[in-house]
Design a protein around this ligand. Structure first.
Ligand code: 9MR
Length: 359
């Protein structure tokens, strides 16, 4: 399968790439042609491995199924992946107690075939819920039973294949308070502790994360996240780390110093950190396109430098890898170029900036 994709992609590159170099994949002895700079370098995953971190991307299931180039670049450049949508509540339990793991299983199989880790995303979120949850009326005990069953079933299903879980996603509001959600309203604030305990019960080996956005640097929200996870540790909740999503833009991004300081204070609690969803929005940037690409590259570079500077930072994951498949144009209604490969799967300045940072 992989060899076939490699051959298909090699032919494509013969026609489309301006520069390509023959490299050897880390996972096998096969040789394939992938886009590399003129000097020729190893894949990002090999550079990252030498620096002791994993590097990866969120996976669009349809693209993985339908585009050989997508699968080829994903499997060649990265050693960790996150299913973008297929492990969410609405995808995995569309009807009460009816579970569907078919798409997520296919993504996990791809990861195994390409020697990639999987970040399970996500067990408890206010969003991506099936209508039977959002329009149902449940007592506290009923909703606790539903959530426990959901978490236990999903984590158990992936007990031998998925070792990292975003157990709770985005539970803190932008002002630092606990975000309102069906879980918070019906169960109460202790739904977070419960979720981590149930996930741990289903797979005691799994590394359990709290994951959120806009809390990468210092400020109200990152303080709230810090206090939340500190409280969990004090209560003996089995939390392993914090996911810093890193959805930033060329107009707003936290300073490297702040990100390092935030990572270090989390590490001082005994937690690991991962950059889990990085992308760089460029659509609001008044600069010419070439300048935006340089600014974007510099922001990726700085985030990688922050991760490499903190021993507890164990992974650098982007929310996709090609501008052809990003949530940002869909969500904002405007074209954008937030990732490290362009829409033709050619590496952008941001790709080379990550390479440079990893060297
Ligand atoms: O990129 C995802 C998009 O395709 C989905 O429609 C959306 C709702 O499920 O979720 C997006 O991913 C989000 C992630 O799960 C959590 N952090 C923010 C991401 C971007 O919105």
């Amino acid at each position: 399968m992989k060899r076939t994709l490699g051959i298909v992609f090699s032919f494509l590159l013969l026609f489309t790439a301006c520069s390509s170099t023959t490299v050897q994949n880390s996972s096998s002895t096969e040789v394939a042609s992938i886009p590399t700079p003129p000097g020729g370098v190893t894949a990002l995953r090999d550079l990252a491995q030498k620096r002791g971190i994993a590097i990866g991307a969120a996976v669009d299931y349809n693209a993985l199924q339908n585009e050989p180039q997508y699968a080829y670049v994903l499997g060649s450049e990265f050693n960790i992946l996150t299913p973008e949508n297929m492990m969410k509540f609405d995808a995995t339990e569309p009807e009460p107690n009816v579970f569907n793991f078919v798409p997520a299983d296919a993504i996990v199989k791809f990861a195994q075939q390409h020697h990639m880790l999987v970040r399970g995303h996500t067990l408890v979120w206010y969003n991506a819920l099936p209508t039977w949850i959002t329009s149902g009326t449940f007592s506290r005990d009923q909703l606790m039973a539903i959530l426990k069953q959901h978490i236990m079933t999903e984590v158990s299903h992936y007990r031998s294949t998925v070792n990292i879980w975003d157990v709770v996603n985005e539970a803190i509001a932008d002002n630092g308070s606990l975000r309102q959600s069906i879980w918070e309203r019906v169960i109460g604030p202790d739904y977070l502790d419960m979720a981590f305990r149930w996930a741990h019960e289903a797979n005691p080996q799994a590394h359990l994360f709290y994951n959120d956005y806009a809390g990468e640097g210092l400020g109200t929200k990152s303080d709230a996240i810090y206090n939340l996870v500190k409280g969990m540790l004090q209560r003996g909740v089995p939390i392993y780390g914090v996911g810093l999503q890193m959805h930033v833009s060329t107009r707003y991004y936290p300073s490297t110093q702040e990100v390092i300081a935030n990572m270090q204070r989390l590490a001082a609690l005994g937690l690991k950190v991962q950059i889990t969803e990085m992308d760089v929005k460029t659509q609001d940037d008044p600069n010419p396109p070439a300048q935006r690409l340089q600014d974007e590259a510099q922001i990726y570079h700085a985030a990688m430098i922050a991760c490499l500077a903190v021993k507890a930072c164990e992974a650098f994951v982007m929310w996709g890898f090609t501008d052809k498949h990003s949530w940002i144009p869909i969500f904002t209604g405007h074209a954008d170029a937030p990732l490290i490969f362009d829409t033709n799967y050619q590496p952008k300045p941001a790709f080379f900036a990550l390479q440079q940072a990893l060297k």
